[in-house]
Design a protein around this ligand. Structure first.
Ligand code: NDP
Length: 224
């Protein structure tokens, strides 16, 4: 099935790697105009290379941190100047934190709650005025199954993810009268830059990425 998104614009935070990059590719293949942001300029440029020619002037790459409210305002202005507005916002930027209650410091707790909440609050606030003018606007927030199935080795992420799920429910209710659809996607395990980095950090001797990730899946009771 091919969805026709010609003339539509989508903004994807954290579009330079993994799920965000794959989403950007998909939206572009459906004809949409796509704006992505990320903090690392090099990663953004190589995402631009991957998305390549077919994207042409339908792709906007912008260096910005979702945790910086001013950055998000500038990003929104750039999108407005380039595409005239946006129809969709995908709040995707972020990563998980592997730590138990015993080894999570106060700073780590603060960082995790800040990332999971303000990583959605700042971009949503910045793009809301444009979404309010779109004909069928939507906001999608990437979340995790951890929001409803906490895992003790990711205690802070699980807790913060539950908070985000709660926030998304409130946003969905508050924005419904304006016709803005708000949804979460609760992800399980998706191969991405994040998991490649975890594999490199774990550095399991003699194990390939495929063997290691299969073992991770088994510990999560994912049988296939
Ligand atoms: P990746 O690490 O592959 O990609 C993350 C993207 O987010 C990168 O483009 C990164 O670019 C960007 N990013 C991270 N922090 C910021 C920031 N503060 N401001 C702007 N951009 C940022 O991760 P995934 O594709 O795996 O993850 C995407 C989302 O899905 C995340 O929110 C993650 O927590 C969630 N998720 C993923 C799961 C999985 O199994 N993959 C499971 C559950 C949830 P840069 O570093 O250059 O800023």
């Amino acid at each position: 099935m091919q969805v026709d998104l010609l003339g539509k614009t989508t903004v994807i935070t954290g579009g330079s790697s993994g799920i965000g990059l794959a989403a950007a590719k998909l939206f572009l293949s459906c004809g949409a105009q796509v704006a992505i942001c990320g903090r690392n300029e090099e990663r953004l440029q190589s995402a631009g290379d991957i998305l390549g020619e077919p994207a042409g002037d339908r792709l906007l790459l912008h260096q910005a941190d979702v945790l910086d409210a001013a950055d998000m305002k500038i990003f929104a202005t750039c999108v407005k100047n380039r595409f005239g507005g946006t129809d969709m916002l995908v709040n995707n930027a972020g990563q998980g934190r592997v730590s138990t209650f015993a080894d999570t410091s106060d700073d780590a707790w603060h960082e995790e709650f800040t990332l999971k909440h303000f990583g959605v609050i700042y971009p949503t606030r910045a793009f809301l005025p444009m979404l309010e003018h779109a004909s069928a606007p939507s906001i999608v927030c990437m979340n995790s199954l951890l929001a409803v199935q906490p895992e003790p080795h990711m205690v802070a992420t699980s807790s913060a993810r539950a908070g985000l799920l709660n926030l998304v429910h409130s946003l969905a209710k508050e924005l419904a009268p304006k016709g803005i659809r708000v949804n979460s996607i609760l992800l399980g395990l998706v191969e991405s830059g994040q998991w490649r980095r975890r594999y490199e950090e774990a550095n399991p001797s003699g194990q390939s990425f495929e063997e290691w990730i299969r073992e991770v899946a088994r510990t999560k009771n994912i049988t296939l």
